[in-house]
Ligand binder design. Sequence first.
Ligand code: GMT
Length: 375
Amino acid sequence: MKIAIVCYPTFGGSGVVATELGIALANRGHEIHFITYKQPVRLALLSENVHFHEVNVPEYPLFHYQPYELALSSKLVDMVKLHEIDLLHVHYAIPHAYAGYMAKKMLAEEGITVPMVTTLHGTDITLVGSHPFYKSAVTFSINKSDVVTSVSESLKQDTLRLFDIKKEIDVVPNFIDVTKYDHGFTDCQRSLMATEDEKIIAHVSNFREVKRIGDVVLIFNEIQKEIPAKLMMVGEGPERESAELLCEELGITDKVIFFGNSNEVDKILCFSDLFLLPSETESFGLAALEAMISSVPVISSNTGGIPEVNVHGVSGYLSDVGDVADMSRNALKILTDDAELEKFKKGAKEQALAFDINKIVPVYEFIYQKAFEMA
Ligand code: GMT
């Protein structure tokens, strides 16, 4: 099958999922065309089966806002015709589902039928999409997709609650390429980051408000009062500066490393003992899954789709959003007892294996067949 994948190319869950899916589909013999404004960060290699087409939006002084969805829909039309693409799979509703639908309609005028699958990822529904400024367009483009999928049951319920949805929504959970985390590291170069007696705590995100970065620092502060520990902060975003200031205020700057965006998350997770994800809302929590496959237990909030990924008492612990005291207590329960830590490490890995990419990619292939029948 020739599939066009539309996604955000930057660091962020939806782009990562779209890219990993495209690569896996290419490995299964499909021809994949990524269509977005920059080569996706996790897309290292282009090949016979993996192509990238850049969407350019020329600057024009008249435009106060550059019309990206116009450029994207035109690009989709051109690429579908040029490469005889069979299906569009758009990740993140805004504005991809809207642009995809316009492309479909333009192609229909020329007698070309292309089914469109829309995958909802989270903030496109819970934070941005439901804003009155976007709601009508998002509702319309979801209802006009041939098949709609959401990355968790929780996100499906949010979508049905927030929008007037006429379509069935299939839940297809996010996944993980198990082999990528089965690296040959021995000591994971742990000694570069911490002394032998120090526990290593990690957080990976886009440092947006929704991630409650302040809570990450406060939980770590409680941990380091009790045991020697270091905090690895991976990612870039608007909350980074205030987090650095908070570390200064608490006098723990020497124990916290801010890495910025990194392509070596797997290496950082390899030497980590615990992962913190206290988010305000999270449709799935891909970062938690990436930690778990690296045998890192997760201390998280119990919001949105996180409980579908992180199982309380098995792969980590869950607490109410903002309950820093409970999260700190749970973290210390795991970190202060070697047997507990070992048990949770095993539990995290086993739970993550349920999301093996080889189980999930065939589900998407099935969804594509369904889309052909619906188109
Ligand atoms: O977490 C973010 O802010 C990024 C966002 C995205 O679209 O890239 O992530 C969302 O999609 C991920 C992949 O499906 C999910 O794992 C995240 O939970 C979800 N984020 C939120 O719901 C806040």
